[in-house]
Write a protein that binds this ligand. Structure first.
Ligand code: CO8
Length: 256
């Protein structure tokens, strides 16, 4: 059997490629578990500073695997507790950049929304077709899309199941940047490489602080931000970054 994922490390960039192209990378439970495991492994490795997540073939992912879900009942769904593996993705400390081409639908869109930044081919299509299957988004879609684009637009997409073009996704703040499909991976890897040259602890602690803005009041978020800001003054990289500035040279960060 083919591996569900292909994983590689290029320089300081971890690359995860969903690998079920025959079914448009439909996400089965094992795949989500393996994505979480790989992200955790990359989080622990000193040589990986950023992860890029993408799909093989003609889609990012066309949703959760419908064949795996079709005959489930709600008690079994509850007992499976499958969302625990999705939750593991949300506590990853290093940056995750999604690179979406083709379809990102249903659970595939939710996986894209679980990334910190999203780059897409200008032909990519996003959407929640669950209304056509008698279900609804279940892995964070109703929450994350609403935070990004507001209640009114989110409900329109979730209720109609219509696909959002890459241009709409960019306009609504769902996607950071668009590229021609043939340049998507190259440009995403270049951006990831630039990010990997920044001080890793600065990236890590600011990621944590930005996500607090989604749940905390501004006052609470600022208290949290201050603690992380102060914490960075114990790092070697803060000394390196500031001395490099004063000595007019490029800093070399170690992530310590
Ligand atoms: N699950 C299983 N198989 C799929 C899926 C899927 N989500 N999507 C595509 N496939 C399979 C097709 O069955 C087909 O297989 P086969 O060749 O054996 O017939 C193969 O992939 C290629 O697909 P198509 O022939 O349909 O390709 P088209 O280009 O004609 O159409 C579409 C592309 C429009 C993307 C179409 O495949 C489609 O509509 N797919 C389903 C999209 C969908 O409804 N996604 C939502 C699924 S529900 C969901 O994600 C809920 C998430 C809840 C949280 C997560 C919980 C685990």
């Amino acid at each position: 059997m083919d591996n569900l994922l292909e994983t590689a490390v290029h320089g300081n960039i971890g690359l995860i490629t969903l690998n079920r192209p025959k079914v448009l990378n439909a996400l089965n439970r094992q795949m989500i578990r393996e994505i979480a495991e790989t992200l955790e492994e990359f989080d622990r490795r000193d040589d990986v500073r950023v992860t890029v997540l993408t799909g093989s073939g003609r889609a990012f992912a066309a949703g959760a695997d419908i064949d795996e879900m079709a005959n489930e009942d709600s008690v079994r769904m509850e007992l499976l507790n499958q969302f625990v593996d999705w939750d593991r993705i949300t506590v990853i400390k290093k940056p995750i950049i999604g690179a979406v081409h083709g379809f990102a639908l249903g659970g595939g869109f939710e996986l894209a929304l679980a990334c910190d930044l999203l780059f897409a081919a200008d032909t990519a299509k996003f959407g929640f077709p669950e209304v056509n299957l008698g279900v609804m988004p279940g892995a964070g879609g109703t929450q994350r899309l609403t935070k990004l684009m507001g209640k009114t637009k989110a409900l329109e997409y979730i209720w109609t199941g219509e696909t959002m073009t890459a241009q709409e996704a960019e306009r609504f703040g769902v996607v950071n940047r668009l590229f021609a499909p043939e340049l998507l991976i190259e440009e995403t890897m270049k951006f990831a490489a630039r990010l990997s040259e920044k001080a890793p602890l600065s990236i890590r602690l600011s990621k944590e602080a930005v996500y607090k803005a989604l749940d905390y009041s501004v006052y609470e978020g600022m208290q949290f931000e201050r603690k992380n800001f102060s914490l960075l003054f114990s790092s070697e990289d803060q000394k390196e970054g500031m001395s490099a500035f004063q000595e007019k040279r490029r800093p070399s960060f170690k992530g310590k």
